[in-house]
Design a protein around this ligand. Sequence first.
Ligand code: MG
Length: 381
Amino acid sequence: MVELAVLGSTGSVGSQTLDVVRKFPSDVEVKALLARRASDKLLKQVAEFKPEVVATYEEPASDWLSALPEGTKHLLGDEGLHACVELADRVMNAVSGVHGIKPAHLTLTKGKTLLASNKESIICLGELVKKNRHRIIPVDSEHNALFQLLENVKREEVRFIYLTASGGPFKDKTLEEMRNATVEEALRHPRWSMGAKITIDSATMMNKGFETLEAVNLFDLELDTVKVVIHPQSVVHGVVELRDGSFLMHASQTDMRVPIMHALFYPERKEFPFGRVSLPELSPVSFEEVDTEKFPALYLARWAGEMGGVYVPVLVGADEEAVSLFLEGKIGFLDIVELIEKTLSEVSIEDPEDIEGILDAIEWAREKVREIYEREYAGTR
Ligand code: MG
């Protein structure tokens, strides 16, 4: 029996995790749920799964609290987070963005198994991740695929690994069209339905930049070993190129519940309960080079990874803030990566030594983005 905590349970991956869990009532017990807001959706999840603890960061209204089933306790903030992690043996970290860093840190320091969906934490907690690799099962589709492929090969046999990218909504658009893109256009991802932050990251391809750094930490690879390739169908999720000329590929239907289910039960494999697709249905499969001129985020993320230290959390914090400025309609689409680059070029703080230092660097980057915005962009749109 898997004793599970779902952190970020009302988000996209959190809800899909519960979709899977619902199909395996005798194999998984939901011990705890955590979400930022005390929403109706969370209340419904609590009523259905009856966890021991439900945690929120927002103080719930009294009628929300009185609607909780008997046996479910509500806890607020970090106290709630601690209780969630404590109760579970597997922790699904589906919290979105930089708020996922603390939950991942806590899960690993408490010796629990991390089902890693949040990528900001895997990037920023490099040392901790490297030390605890054996207790991390990646949920991000590309890394889950690579995890499965790399299990069967020796590291010295690997020439390259490839992260596949759909290319997002702007793959075939010109730079001019990207400059004028609206929030709605950027949110229209051709393949995956995801939360707003990660959908914008996919459109800039910062998502793939993050995933590059994620792969380095998860699989102990050199940055130069990790490549990105455009694969518009999002059917092949990871590729390993071996020195002997073989390419090993992992394919599945474009459904996050495939990697979620794998991580939930690893090393056991269960029958996928949402319908099988046949191999011809996954056709065609094609690969293309990335146009790095159009997607400088990829280069920027690599550069930050090479610099290491404080540059990684600054990259992550600057992206978080720049994406929210774009979603607020305050900057243009191409300004997102431009603002991140400017922030990276103004770094004036020390390398962090612990999680507090990492969170401080992220906060510094967010403030820096706002400062540069006020200085150079405010009122231009
Ligand atoms: Mg991914």
